[in-house]
Design a binder for this molecule. Structure first.
Ligand SMILES: *Cc1c(COP(=O)(O)O)cnc(C)c1O
Length: 383
């Protein structure tokens, strides 16, 4: 009998998690209630920051970060080419211009030298992406941004639970953004957050997620008033109380889940080293890697065609491999609107043709891991 295909990532919801959602569904506050603040406090503690702001998804979190920094028309924000489109889209939402920088070939993380080469008098901020869950080289990035007076944002959607030089992901940039989509470390269905030590940024983002209105429904109810004012153009980017309850319950699992992801990564590391046609990404000794993804680079002739063949063979064998990501500047929208083209970020473009993400998620059991390794050997060993 064919086995169920193994996805590359998947949520884990316990009965207790479900219980905490049901409790809120039976309560008075489905949204803008007490669970939002409770989740924000718990999340800030994990991120190692004074503040966390909960929002409706990771893309909204990025948009909030751009708004907090006051990014607008004429402003340039440097983003890596190797990321999900939302990292660049948030700059465009604010009328700014995303400028694509290249990544390092060994770990596909934003290259501080490439960042430096992209800086112009219009540059306002840099968004670093902790690709695959590996925190970027924040010391080197900080040197560049501080010298040039730029803000540093971390798109840490892959990396909650990780750390860099002993400091938790979430506390490594001026603002760090997170996603709670089901494939990420913890889920609220859809959801996101921004962590920061800056209380003014946090306050601006809480207004922004609530239509630009300074008080929320519960605050007005408590004060017995109907009066409110809209002070800026905001959005409805709120996260509901039952989602925050799920987030709170999920956070309790985080440490154990990251440990399990690391354990699976160790198994892949040791079992795949024998394969000459495949190399895992380099991991720095300075980080605790959160392993949202386990990415390998194929060393095959004919790169993209060969990768697509390997991809198809894994899929045929029921292993749900993925490709993360098509470099963002190659998408038609960016080519048309910002005149980007192949050749802009050659390292990311070459890597894109050779990368493959293997399944990694805490609910995988040892047999699942073995299955991936067996198929990898069958697929990648020359006949
Ligand atoms: C998932 C993800 C996002 C977007 O998060 P959503 O919650 O899906 O909006 C942004 N950036 C990166 C790097 C991501 O992986």
């Amino acid at each position: 009998m064919p086995q169920k295909p193994l996805p590359y990532g998947k949520q884990w919801i316990s009965d207790e998690d479900i219980g905490s959602v049901v409790e809120v569904l039976r309560s008075e506050w489905l949204t803008t209630g007490p669970k939002v603040h409770e989740f924000e406090e718990a999340f800030a503690a994990v991120a190692g920051t004074r503040e966390a702001v909960a929002v409706s998804n990771g893309t909204a979190a990025l948009h909030c970060a751009m708004y907090a920094l006051g990014i607008g028309p004429g402003d340039e924000v440097i983003v890596p080419a190797m990321t999900f489109a939302a990292t660049a889209n948030c700059v465009v939402y604010q009328g700014g211009t995303p400028v694509f920088a290249d990544v390092r070939p060994e770990d596909l993380l934003l290259d501080p030298e490439s960042v430096e080469s992209r800086i112009t008098p219009n540059t306002r901020a840099v968004i670093a992406v902790d690709y695959a869950g590996h925190p970027c080289d924040y010391a080197a990035l900080r040197r560049v941004t501080e010298r040039r007076g730029l803000a540093l944002v971390a798109d840490a959607c892959h990396a909650i639970g990780g750390s860099y030089r002993g400091k938790p992901v979430g506390s490594l940039a001026d603002l760090s953004t997170f996603s709670f989509h089901p494939v990420k470390h913890i889920t609220t269905g859809e959801g996101g957050a921004i962590s920061t030590d800056d209380t003014q940024f946090a306050s601006r983002m809480r207004t922004f997620r609530n239509h630009g209105i300074t008080s929320d429904h519960r605050q007005r109810a408590q004060q017995g008033t109907w009066f409110y004012e809209m002070v800026a153009l905001g959005y409805n980017y709120r996260l509901t109380d039952f989602q925050c309850a799920l987030g709170l319950a999920q956070l309790k699992h985080l440490q154990g889940w990251v440990a399990r992801r690391q354990q699976i990564a160790r198994c892949y590391d040791t079992s795949l080293t024998g394969l000459s046609s495949l190399t895992p990404l380099r991991v720095s000794a300075e980080v605790n890697h959160a392993y949202h993804l386990y990415v390998v680079q194929l060393k095959l002739e004919g790169s993209e065609t060969a990768r697509n063949e390997v991809f198809a063979k894994f899929r045929e064998a029921g292993i749900g491999v993925q490709v993360h990501y098509i470099p963002v500047h190659l998408h038609p929208f960016y080519r048309e609107r910002f005149q980007t083209a192949p050749g802009l970020c050659p390292i990311a473009e070459a890597a894109y043709q050779r990368i493959l993400s293997l399944p990694i998620f805490p609910a995988m059991d040892d047999r699942d891991v073995e299955r991936v390794i067996e198929v990898a050997h069958a697929v990648c060993t020359p006949a």
